[in-house]
Design a protein around this ligand. Structure first.
Ligand code: MTE
Length: 339
């Protein structure tokens, strides 16, 4: 099984050689074989993203009874964390776990219900627009995207803000390739991303207290960074709906909520975009959302994480282990203020 060291970033030479190695091994089969041995331990209560707004927004609640928020009288108490593991080698998370334990609120707030509810989600035809402050607006079908941008494998950690993590072999291509083609104007400072809005197909979008559609944003230099990819697959297979088919963002040094799924719109803008989570709970989720073990979430510590498929907890690494590659983007910034 392929392993990545905790300090490793998968530079191109490494992931390309690993890709060859994994193709030889038959990664999908290797992942499937691991499932029985180490499926997710789902018994523990997880921290959860806030599902009731703290922002001053009113409107009819779509759910009769929103799920309990940790810290509220009805919530399950957060368990005492198990001891943090020493730097153990990192293995790929089994395929079965990656496709069955998902955050995709457009379908459900229940991670284990998402894959079932997303079955049959129509990902073809699918069009993505790239516009705003660009010289060359683009409207691309997913087939054009697959043809135009060679797919490569990137093995990245995914660290959810809730305190769990996975190691995922994504297929995709640098977002920069697409942005360069659209040719941003000099006034463009940020990139705004939007997920499909289709409550007919996505039952979670009938929950009225979320400010749908799901929106995320990056600063232009973050978006142009080579680690930032648009993904179309994982484990050598086409992306499934629960993982954000047919096209999602992956930004490995940020909390998972920045990696927006099922993209339909990419816009170059001047002002910092307001993400769905910033609108929902501005005191809990900021624009930057860089993985930072030193800045606790207001309701839990971010110092350690539960790697899906493992028993103990791992230390959470600054920038999710990608500091060498990205820390310079934030030189001179107070990362406590810019959480
Ligand atoms: N994108 C959309 N559109 N809707 C979501 O609810 N959840 C985010 C992110 N992207 C989410 C989303 C969160 S909180 C995480 S941790 C990751 O997707 C989970 O990705 P995965 O289910 O593929 O592991």
């Amino acid at each position: 099984m392929a392993e990545i060291k905790s300090s490793e970033i998968t530079p191109e030479s490494v992931y390309l050689s690993r890709r060859k190695f994994m193709v030889g091994l038959g990664v999908a089969a290797a992942g499937a074989a691991l499932v029985a041995a180490c499926g997710p331990q789902r018994k523990e209560a997880e921290n959860t993203l806030r599902v009731t707004p703290t922002a001053d927004r009113t409107g009819p609640a779509g759910l009769a009874e929103p799920p309990a928020v940790p810290g509220s009288p009805t919530a399950t108490p957060t368990p005492t964390p198990r001891p943090v593991q020493a730097e153990a080698p990192e293995a790929l998370t089994p395929y079965e776990d990656i496709i069955s334990y998902n955050n995709f609120y457009e379908f459900s707030t229940d991670k284990e219900a998402v894959s079932r509810l997303a079955q049959g989600f129509k990902t073809s035809p699918w069009t993505v627009t790239i516009g705003g402050l660009v010289n060359k607006p683009l409207t691309l079908g997913i087939e054009d995207i697959l043809k135009r941008y060679p797919q490569e494998e990137r093995i990245y950690r995914l660290r959810c803000v809730e305190g769990w993590s996975m190691v995922i072999p994504w297929l995709g291509f640098p977002l920069a390739n697409l942005l360069k083609e659209a040719d941003p104007l000099s006034a463009a400072r940020y990139v705004r991303f939007e997920t499909l809005f289709d409550p007919e197909q996505m039952p979670g979008q009938r929950m009225k207290f979320f400010p749908w559609p799901y929106v995320e944003g990056l600063r232009l230099d973050e978006a142009m960074h080579d680690l930032t990819i648009l993904s179309t697959g994982l484990y050598g297979k086409t992306l499934l709906p629960q993982n954000g088919a047919p096209l999602r963002l992956v930004v490995p040094w940020k909390y998972g909520f920045k990696s927006i799924k099922s993209l339909v719109k990419i816009e170059l803008v001047e002002e910092q975009p307001v993400s769905l989570w910033m609108a929902m709970a501005p005191d809990e989720y900021g624009f930057y959302a860089n993985v930072n073990p030193d800045v606790p979430h207001p309701r839990w510590s971010q110092a350690s994480e539960r790697r899906i498929g493992e028993l103990g907890r791992r230390r959470t690494l600054p920038f999710n282990g990608y500091a060498e590659q990205v820390a310079h983007l934030y030189a001179g910034m107070d990362l406590r203020q810019n959480y």
